[in-house]
Design a protein around this ligand. Structure first.
Ligand code: G3P
Length: 215
């Protein structure tokens, strides 16, 4: 299973990369608005740190605009994945990108039917937003199970990229369900590493080590 970091913060991205925790990066306009840099600069900076798929989102909502913007983003680096919103115009653009060899991440997916259409259009990744479904008292992870099963049934190449991850249980369930990727905020990546028994056990070992005679 691959982990991406869901962040526009270069400090977090460097730290997660140094941990060996991540295989790629996803960004979105909300995350990049916190980076304090023009989008192109922020994405270039990320590409210098991480050697793996880096999703950069288009702002256009019409097919021609998405294609123009996406082609510009794709020129930044060979690892760029163009993030396209799940709109009919977006799906049309994905089909063209596929023919051009440009990788795509179809974002803002909230249903199995949307995921099916993205796969049929030739998306490289589909991003279902589990946390935002949970926020509406729907079960975000149930959607992941549906999409993984459907893609598996028909051997679609599109990878399931679990997005809007809010806590470690989302990550564990994604792994159990066989999702290809989870994109995880930095805070949750650090939570994955922590266990109070590890801290307690280490404190006891270090305490006991003081009793070992010096030699
Ligand atoms: O990048 C898309 C997604 O991961 C956003 O998550 O927490 O804003 O719902 P969130």
């Amino acid at each position: 299973m691959k982990f991406f970091i869901d962040s526009g913060d270069i400090g977090e991205i460097k730290e997660a990369w140094a941990m060996g925790a991540i295989d790629g990066v996803t960004t979105n306009p909300s995350l990049l608005s916190k980076a304090g840099l023009p989008t192109r600069k922020a994405i270039e900076q990320i590409c210098e740190v991480v050697d793996g798929p880096i999703s950069a989102e288009v702002l256009a909502t019409d097919t021609q605009g998405i294609l123009t913007e996406g082609r510009e983003l794709a020129k930044i680096h060979k690892n760029i994945v163009v993030k396209v919103p799940l709109l009919i115009d977006g799906l049309k653009a994905v089909r063209v990108f596929k023919a051009e060899g440009v990788k795509t991440n179809v974002t803002l997916c909230f249903s199995a039917t949307q995921a099916l259409l993205a796969a049929k259009a030739g998306a490289s990744y589909i991003s279902p937003f589990v946390g935002r479904l949970d926020d509406l008292s729907e079960d975000g992870m149930e959607l992941i199970q549906q999409i993984v099963t459907i893609y598996d049934n028909y051997d679609f190449d599109t990878e399931v990229l679990v997005a809007s991850v809010r806590h470690p249980i989302h990550v564990v369930q994604s792994a159990l369900m066989g999702a290809h990727v989870a994109t995880i905020p930095f805070k949750v990546i650090t939570q994955l590493a922590k266990h109070p028994m590890t801290d307690l056990g280490l404190a006891k070992f270090l305490e006991d080590a003081k009793k070992i005679p010096k030699g």
